[in-house]
Design a protein around this ligand. Structure first.
Ligand SMILES: C[S@@+](CC[C@H](N)C(=O)[O-])C[C@H]1O[C@@H](n2cnc3c(N)ncnc32)[C@H](O)[C@@H]1O
Length: 180
């Protein structure tokens, strides 16, 4: 788990990139919020932003003030400008993870911040002594192929909804497979 300080620097960076791309951030959804560092930061520093945080754990909802939602079964009625789903989908089996990604797409107007440990991360990147290993491990390619149905990959965990009006220079985003 990342510290509050680390998440706040990430939130500032993502919010700053939204400003650079002229993407308004009027609404934010944090999915599988846990301790809720992202939503706390938005609630504290951007009081006009509509912030919703959800989690499937009754305990987390009660303790940190989230709505009780299972992202593999739920999507909001209206889309959010920015959606955050950090370190959540590794707890879902393939079918539920697929459904969750479809619901993330239904939830996202512009930008999704998405992080999950992949098989490669578990082998090479994470500190296994402090990482929850009771999880589903999948290849990065599995997540990319699901996400790319509805999003374009930018990089650094950021995915832009294909329906977004964002305009990016060619080299601002990861290479798409589309022929131009
Ligand atoms: C490792 S914690 C990450 C918490 C937070 N996102 C963070 O990065 O600190 C995983 C969280 O995802 C939640 N979660 C797992 N499955 C979920 C689901 N299907 N829908 C919503 N939340 C879920 C868990 O209850 C837990 O709070």
């Amino acid at each position: 788990m990342h510290s509050r300080k680390k998440i706040e620097s990430l939130a500032r960076a993502v919010h700053g990139l939204c400003a650079w791309w002229d993407l308004p951030v009027k609404s934010v959804l944090e999915v599988g919020a846990g301790v809720g560092y992202w939503s706390d930061w938005y609630r504290r520093t951007h009081k006009k932003v509509r912030v919703v945080s959800v989690d499937v754990s009754e305990h987390a909802c009660k303790k940190y003030g989230h709505q009780l939602r299972d992202i593999s079964r739920w999507s909001p009625r209206t889309k959010f400008d920015l959606v955050i789903c950090q370190s959540v989908l590794q707890y879902l089996g393939d079918q539920d993870a697929r459904r969750a990604i479809a619901n993330l797409a239904r939830s996202t107007k512009n930008l999704l911040y998405f992080e999950v440990p992949t098989k490669q991360d578990l082998r090479l990147t994470v500190d296994r002594t402090v990482t929850d290993l009771e999880i589903y491990s999948r290849d990065g390619a599995w997540y990319q192929s699901e996400l790319k149905k509805k999003f374009r990959q930018i990089g650094a965990g950021l995915w832009v909804a294909k329906t977004s009006s964002i305009v990016l220079y060619e080299l601002e985003a990861a290479r798409s497979n589309r022929k131009t």
